[in-house]
Design a protein around this ligand. Structure first.
Ligand code: SAM
Ligand code: SF4
Ligand code: SF4
Length: 353
């Protein structure tokens, strides 16, 4: 079976599947609560059978890692049924889920039993007020912490915790989060705040660089670099020198990793996005529902991937550098606002981050 390469020679190994665009939170940096959302009508959402069929075709093209995401994936009914189906696909050797964690106390055990191997819980604050502000007043910190505990108790260890760091909002919690999630049961990863989401007031000044994050942790809990596990891992790893586990940073803004990007995203309504920042997806649902065979769908996938040349984050970096180099001029602020307006900016919740 062919394993397509894109225009930059990158293969396709990693698929994010968004099972819903709905969410029980309204994170300020993703789905701000003051907006109206046109959620995908139910009839347009891929059924589990449709997702599984597409997933098998992706695996036949080289995908071996699948991450189930959303929106909030645990809102989708009987998610265990999808997990069971995915876990049974031969050649798919890594099956993970990203969630805000609120429903994990009910779901962690059944998901693990269904074949889920790993879970990532997004948690951006350990302070009730900051948590609530960031989540748009929905959910509750105690519920998410209970979700993390439930995942660990169910054996989904190490539980990954993802924290988006926003200057002046939660950056004062970097070290307390690091302390809280030390040890072998957890792997905490800090993510640089990105220009995705709908009108999320992103500004380069809101980004705390991965380097700065590591500097602040290292000052209190000494660290040493650890090797990446796989060449295309997005997180840079560090070990606590006292043997207290590891922590990671995802430097999407300051050190873009487009050159190694072998990821694609399938949205809840069956569109394939070849970059997190692609404005336009490729409709796979229409041909699937029109009766295309697996071979035809596979060829369609080869063509889409073969034409891929996305490197949005690297281009953003170049634009920001140019803007900085011409420091403060009118052109510089135009450059910066170009980056902010980001014509390629998409709704992360819709395609699944
Ligand atoms: N609802 C689930 C959750 O929050 O984990 C899964 C979907 S969410 C879109 C996937 C990941 O994207 C989460 O870890 C979230 O924190 C991250 N994310 C959302 N908006 C982001 C932004 N502007 N910058 C960086 N990461 C972001
Ligand atoms: Fe929902 Fe996740 Fe987006 Fe927050 S980051 S609004 S939990 S989809
Ligand atoms: Fe991949 Fe696009 Fe992110 Fe670059 S910007 S790493 S191509 S998803």
């Amino acid at each position: 079976m062919s394993q397509p390469r894109d225009q930059l020679g990158r293969s396709l190994t990693d698929l994010r599947i968004s099972v819903t665009d709905r969410c029980n939170f309204r994170c300020t940096f993703c789905m701000p609560e003051d907006r109206e959302y046109d959620f995908v009508p139910r009839a347009e959402v891929l059924s589990y059978e449709e997702i599984l069929r597409l997933a098998r075709i992706f695996v036949s093209r080289g995908v071996h890692k699948v991450r189930v995401t959303g929106g909030e994936p645990l809102l989708r009914r009987d998610l265990e049924r999808l997990i069971e189906g995915l876990a049974a696909i031969e050649g798919l050797d890594d099956l993970a889920l990203t969630t805000n964690g609120l429903l994990l106390p009910k779901k962690a055990e059944s998901l693990h039993r269904a074949g889920l191997q790993r879970v990532t819980v997004s948690l951006h604050s350990l302070e009730a007020a900051t948590f609530s502000r960031l989540a748009g007043g929905r959910g509750d910190l105690a519920g998410v912490l209970a979700g993390i505990e439930a995942a660990a108790a169910a054996g989904l260890t190490p539980v990954k915790i993802n924290t988006v760091v926003i200057q002046g909002v939660n950056d004062h919690e970097i070290v307390s989060l690091a302390r809280r999630f030390r040890g072998d049961e957890f792997v905490l990863r800090f993510i640089e705040y990105m220009d995705v989401g709908t009108l999320n007031a992103w500004d380069p000044a809101s980004v705390v660089s991965a380097e700065e994050i590591i500097r602040r942790i290292d000052a209190e809990l000494p660290l040493e670099p650890a090797p990446r596990r796989h060449a295309n891992d997005v997180a840079k790893r560090y070990r606590y020198r006292d043997g207290g586990g590891e922590v990671g940073v995802i430097a999407s803004i300051t050190e873009p990793f487009c050159g190694d990007c072998t990821r694609a995203r399938l949205s809840a309504d069956g569109h394939l996005y070849t970059c997190l920042f692609s404005a336009v997806g490729h409709d796979l649902k229409a041909p699937l529902r029109a009766g295309e065979s697996d071979a035809e769908l596979g060829e369609r996938l080869d063509t889409i991937w073969g034409r891929r040349s996305d490197r949005y984050s690297e281009e953003r970096s170049a634009r920001l550098e140019r803007a900085a180099a011409s420091g403060g001029s009118a052109e510089a602020s135009d450059e910066a606002s170009d980056v902010l307006a980001g014509e390629a900016r998409v709704e992360m919740f819709r395609i699944g981050g």
